[in-house]
Design a protein around this ligand. Structure first.
Ligand code: MEV
Length: 438
């Protein structure tokens, strides 16, 4: 076992790499070579990446792909997707093309409200606290003015501050529950700065408030932080067409396809085991665009899954129906995104991705991301209810297997040709490759 290291963060990047190679690898020279292979030869670009986080030793690549032909509210988009999973980009492109011929995707932003909370303990009644809160509310706003000034110029700011009594669930626990509009920024820093100022004002004013007992004057601030649960920062994406136009697979009628598709969605609505996988497929599309656009996929994941279980049971994010011969497939999801600030101007590929999307506003990006999720879900359900998922999956996976076994270009050509007519499986590919090599 390796001994603990002290002062690691103070080492130079070169020293860190050497230390890791010597302490964690059987072949240190090879380890250094691998780590360095991914360093960028452009020193300025490398420095930029080194400084995003601490203790950077190398860069970790993800492929950046694009899915063209997304028709959203009549406008055509090419969507950038950063993802390692085979077949996600191909599936998105296929779904985009399919729906582009059937009116495209329709989207609406249903809300853009973000939330933050000051969590604190107060050893008195809600009534006493409420009177105090009412008296200091103007101060909560005025003392955050230096933080909110610029945001207000852009049409955002603090929308509301509410005192919430949580004492029935935890003794003495109250909250300032605040709502914000942060326009094109994700707003995490803005919200957290406002909240920390609220907490300061709350504490200072409590000490001066004569109606409080000495004990009550000592409000205990536990923490101030935004919430990644944003059920009112919501976007809807939808596709629809007559069932008669759903024909795609020669082995299944459009009526049977529509019926099986709606059933598959209903199963995800009632069965959590299926809902998790169903929603995972949606997140394949969402996360890929979130990463490419420099947004925080952990925040988005946490918020969306909380939303999927908002009624006490984990359920499908998407829904489908057939009514009067019309097939409709839709989804409403919470997405707190930014197109300014953060990585958006720092990371050259994020900048390029946003430009590829026409430098969208945060609201536009919410719509594009939701569409990527819905398209991915459509593609997955279409495969699952017709050919099965493995056919497409394994075709894409074939290349990974070939690369794993260091197949030459000639071998690749022959293997791909062979598996055009044969079912792809890991062992099947390995066996065939071996037979070629022998
Ligand atoms: C795989 O990444 C995603 C799927 O499992 C989604 C689904 O089952 O709906 C294919």
């Amino acid at each position: 076992m390796t001994k603990a290291v002290s002062g690691f963060s103070k080492l130079s990047k070169e020293e860190k790499v050497q230390w890791i190679a010597e302490h964690h690898f059987s072949n240190p020279e090879q380890a250094v070579a691998v780590l360095k292979k991914y360093w960028n030869s452009d020193a300025e670009l490398q420095k930029l990446h080194d400084e995003f986080i601490e203790n950077t030793i190398s860069n970790f690549y993800l492929p950046l792909g694009v899915a063209p032909n997304f028709l959203i509210n009549g406008k055509n988009y090419t969507i950038p997707m950063a993802i390692e999973e085979s077949s996600v980009v191909a599936a998105a492109s296929k779904a985009a093309k399919f729906w582009a011929h059937r009116g495209g995707f329709k989207t609406t932003v249903l809300g853009t409200e973000k939330i933050g909370q000051v969590h604190f303990m107060f050893p008195g009644s809600f009534e006493t606290l409420h009177a105090f809160f009412t008296s200091i509310t103007p101060k909560l706003y005025s003392e955050t003015e230096s933080i909110t000034k610029n945001m207000q110029k852009r049409g955002g700011g603090i929308l509301d501050i509410e005192l919430r009594d949580k004492t029935s669930e935890l003794e003495n626990y109250y909250q300032l529950h605040a709502t914000f509009e942060t326009k094109d920024s994700m707003g995490a820093n803005f919200i957290n700065s406002c909240l920390e100022q609220f907490a300061k004002t709350l504490k200072e004013e409590a000490q001066k408030y004569t109606a409080f007992s000495d004990e009550e004057k000592n409000i205990q601030i536990i923490m101030s932080i935004l919430s990644n649960f944003v059920p009112n920062c919501l976007v809807r994406a939808e596709v629809s067409c007559p069932v008669a136009e759903l024909k795609e697979d020669k082995n299944i009628s459009q009526e049977e396809f529509a019926e099986k598709f709606v059933r598959a969605v209903q199963i995800a609505e009632i069965e959590p085991y299926r809902a998790v996988t169903h929603n995972k497929g949606i997140m394949n599309g969402i996360d890929a665009v979130i990463i490419a656009s420099g947004n925080d996929f952990r925040a988005v994941e946490a918020g969306i899954h909380a939303f999927a279980s908002r009624n006490g049971k984990y359920t499908s994010l998407s829904h489908a129906k057939v009514e009067n011969g019309i097939f409709t497939f839709w989804m409403e999801i919470p997405l707190a995104l930014g197109t300014v600030g953060g990585l958006t101007t720092l990371h050259p590929l994020v900048k390029a991705s946003l430009e590829m999307l026409g430098n969208p506003t945060a609201e536009e990006l919410m719509q594009i991301v939701a569409v990527a999720g819905l398209a991915q879900n459509f593609a997955a359900l279409r495969s699952l209810t017709t050919t099965g998922i493995q056919q497409g999956h394994m075709k894409m996976h074939l290349m990974n297997i070939l690369n794993q076994f260091k197949a030459t270009e000639e071998e690749k050509k022959q293997v791909i040709k062979y598996f055009e007519k044969n079912t792809v499986s890991h062992s099947g590919v390995v066996d065939y490759l071996e037979s070629l090599r022998n």
